[in-house]
Design a protein around this ligand. Sequence first.
Ligand code: XUL
Ligand code: CO
Length: 442
Amino acid sequence: MSEFFQGVGPIPYEGPGSDNPLAFRWYDRDRVVLGKSMEEHLRFGVCYWHSFAWDGSDIFGAGTFDRPWNLPIGDPMDRAAAKMEMAFEFFEKLGAPFFSFHDRDIAPEGATFAESCSNFDVMVDKAEAHMARTGTRLLWGTAQAFYQPRYAAGAATNPNPLVFAHAAAQVKHCMDATHRLKGANYVLWGGREGYETLLNTDMAQELDQLGRFLNMVVQYKHDIGFEGTILLEPKPQEPTKHQYDYDTATVYGFLQRYGLENEIKVNIEGNHATLSGHDFAHEIATAVSFGIFGSIDANRGDDRLGWDTDQFPNSVDQMSFAVYEILKGGGFTTGGFMFDTKLRRQSLARDDLFHGHIGAMDTMARALLVAADLIENNQIEAFRRERYAAWSGEMGRDIMAGNLSLADLHARVLADNIDPKPVTGRQEMLENLLNRAIERAK
Ligand code: XUL
Ligand code: CO
């Protein structure tokens, strides 16, 4: 096996004093924080698609990256095997415990569905061997049911049931592989599950189709005994103008309508949250409140670009409170921080992929230290609790138990001349507490 990332060895932890750009300064995988190692808390994953399948092309220009296996020269299966060797070299050197893939990232599509399946099966065999050799685990698998022209009008939400059938077959095959590779989750991002114009769209019909499709996925999960979590990944728009999985709250309403709220959770992506007009932490808190928090695609957008730039997270200020909400919700179970991130197309040296991931892992590790500090020091949670303390009093309990009606409260307010005075929400003081924890984190 030839070495692709020459000159880069296993990335060591050297601590905050290090100025070695190819070392971790904060991600010390065995360091124990709140009773668990950093590795167990953060469960980092590398994505196959942006890191190895993408060549750096955009809608205005050709690929810029040095990814020889992506050049259309030679047998596609040999190229897929070379790509996989380099991918596992990267996972191993970086020291990320997990990776994630789309079926079509790891194996080329064939001339027929049968050929696509056999190509994929060959590569799944190879992935299994690489995983055994390196100890890298699968955070999640997913089917790429949005790239091919057949899916232009949606996969599960297509007007043509034959396209639905094709997508179902592809997802079944990918779930089998994910199960075999002991994936911790199976993800469905509704790439084209949405619409461009109502002029040609029967929305009620499409939503029912998506509900049916996901019920089939859940049924199949139980049939094969897959113990991972099924995750939907919300995104408000792009590629379609209106995506049905707009945000976490929309997904929860959808799951309830189709009887799936106890079967499916969410994979929240940082920049999808931003694009939907929400804070990242809001999406996490919504999922935790509904009991559907699953996993994270860790990335960020750009302050002024309104599209999915998928940049590496590099702001501890931005990430800390999101990690705090995750820890408050009990932390990850099957999920993790998967870097659905891509290099800028001018970052074309081979080792740029390390720089992106090292910075992102250090950012999330430091955000974990801030979040753990906030939990240990408890000032924010104590303030939150105190703010709602009256709900444990007699009237609060009676209201929530359903013992008081609007008319009862009308009578009570009149009789007792109830006239509550507003109290400070202390936002600035709380923001200062968060900043102090960021200053303290070491
Ligand atoms: C698209 C996106 C996908 C999913 C997997 O915006 O995030 O890469 O994570 O299909
Ligand atoms: Co994603």
